[in-house]
Design a protein around this ligand. Structure first.
Ligand SMILES: NC(=O)c1ccc[n+]([C@@H]2O[C@H](COP(=O)([O-])OP(=O)(O)OC[C@H]3O[C@@H](n4cnc5c(N)ncnc54)[C@H](O)[C@@H]3O)[C@@H](O)[C@H]2O)c1
Length: 445
């Protein structure tokens, strides 16, 4: 960290030099993100959907007319300073992987072909027991899980040396693993380390990446619903090494819509009988989720949101008997262009029922890529911020997740608008600006 420029220092170190982005899992989301960043850097496209690039933040009173762009308010890394590496079980470079993912038009990826071809995946830490529908040749071998973690740490150190970057972030864009529950080995760093050595099957590949990253002081974001960093052992390691963490599961299509609508129903005291959600999806993610064990992990992540937003225990007459169902069906012809249907049975005054139907023709990775960008930039901000760096879990980044991580015992906030306020108030707080409460009585004094 550069401590020399005291004029700029407000508890947040400046974003000097390059930022190294390490991506575990270089499939549809990862390639859409990296290709998108390069296209934006070359002026070929706009960063639509990215709060860090387009968002503004109001400061002070409404009459003050202070509303800078977030990226002008805080020292975020510049897109031109991002450099990339990653791991995958397939040997395809990012050009080949982006072509196969079929999210972006060929004309666009062809214009940045040499850049994408220059990013080749390192051999992955992978085990079919955790992602049953996949298998690939680009995989590390090791006598136990600790040995595999050491190989990942060596990759990280090599990237630190070769990339010319001074700060780093790792993000999991790999497949959804089977459903795992927290066990004894996850409860402390000591237990976790000995479980790595004894090759305990409660430790999945994504946990090995997270352990390697945090051990090297690299912040880690989890884009999948896997347990990964959401265990006490990782919270401990994150705080110990002051490497921030956040997760789980990017909040993109159907769940994004759900966490926009449900707070509205509750705010207006409209009741809910049931919410039936189903999807058809034809990309590799859809194929992996066709396995019931991987789907279970996703299902738990998707189902949690309504309960927390609607609070049935507080409003039994409105939300005491909700039937909530989520399904994902693998349907190859659709590729990455998912179709998500929602049937929502609400009720109003005197209990009269109404229905809302949503048919969202959505592009999964197009919605996920700006989230990856924002998480990378905000985690990098957190590691440069004296106050945030020490916290471990970055709850203020809940905005981006279906299943936000919190300190054990604290329920997560799922309401997108509360999450947005939490994020922006955190940004104001770290810059010493006043919180915005939306009270506003002072304008009428
Ligand atoms: N696209 C979205 O809207 C969205 C939203 C929320 C979460 N997610 C999650 O993000 C992840 C990525 O989604 P995607 O559409 O890019 O999927 P994808 O299948 O296109 O890409 C995942 C990649 O991870 C690789 N991989 C799997 N296990 C690995 C390991 N142990 N090490 C290294 N690489 C590994 C696979 O080979 C594949 O290339 C999935 O877990 C998905 O559930 C996506």
């Amino acid at each position: 960290m550069d401590h020399t420029d005291h004029r700029k220092y407000h508890g947040i170190h400046p974003a000097d030099g390059k930022l190294g982005v390490m991506i575990a899992g270089m499939g549809a989301v990862a390639t859409t993100f990296v290709a998108g960043v390069e296209a934006i850097r070359r002026g070929l496209a706009q960063p639509i959907g990215s709060l860090t690039q387009l968002g503004t933040i109001r400061l002070g009173k409404r009459t003050d007319a202070r509303c800078p762009k977030i990226r002008d308010f805080l020292p975020l890394a510049d897109l031109n300073d991002l450099v990339f590496t990653g791991w995958d079980i397939f040997t395809d470079d990012m050009y080949a992987a982006a072509s196969k993912a079929g999210v972006l038009e060929r004309e666009l990826i062809d214009r940045i072909q040499p850049f994408l071809e220059s990013i080749k995946p390192l051999p992955a830490v992978f085990n079919r027991n955790y992602v049953r529908k996949l298998d690939g040749p680009n995989v590390k071998e090791g006598k136990n899980r600790m040995h595999l973690a050491e190989q990942l740490r060596a990759d990280i150190r090599e990237f630190k040396r070769s990339s010319g970057a001074r700060r780093f972030v790792m993000i999991w864009c790999g497949s959804t693993e089977i459903f795992l529950q927290p066990r004894e080995v996850h409860q402390s760093l000591k237990a976790f380390v000995s479980a790595l050595e004894s090759n305990d099957e409660n430790i999945s590949p994504s946990m090995i990446y997270a352990y390697a990253a945090l051990s090297e002081g690299v912040p880690f974001a989890n884009g999948a619903p896997n347990l990964t960093v959401d265990i006490p052992a990782m919270h401990e390691l994150s705080r110990l090494n002051e490497a921030p963490i956040c997760g789980k599961d990017f909040k993109t299509g159907q769940t994004l819509v759900k966490t926009i609508l449900a707070p509205g129903f509750k705010a207006r005291m409209l009741g809910l009988h049931g919410w039936y959600s189903t999807n058809i999806l034809g990309n590799r993610d859809g194929e992996v989720l066709d396995d019931p064990e991987s789907f279970k992990t996703k299902e738990v992540s998707k189902l949690g949101v309504l309960e927390h937003i609607l609070q049935p225990q507080v409003y039994p007459e409105l939300y005491g008997k909700i039937f909530h169902k989520v399904g994902i069906n693998y349907y190859p012809p659709r590729g990455d262009n998912k179709e998500g249907w929602d049937n929502i049975d609400i009720f109003g005054w005197l209990g009269y029922p109404m229905q809302i139907k949503i048919d969202f023709l959505c592009r999964d990775s197009i919605l996920a890529a700006p989230i990856v960008l924002d998480l990378v930039l905000f985690l990098d901000l957190a590691q440069r911020c004296d106050e945030l760096r020490r916290l471990g879990i970055q709850e203020w980044l809940s905005f981006y997740f279906k299943s936000p991580m919190t300190v054990p015992g604290l329920y997560p906030e799922h309401d997108l608008f509360i999450q947005s306020m939490k994020l922006k108030n955190t940004l104001r707080h770290v810059k010493g600006e006043e919180q915005i409460t939306h009270l506003g009585l002072e304008y009428y004094d």
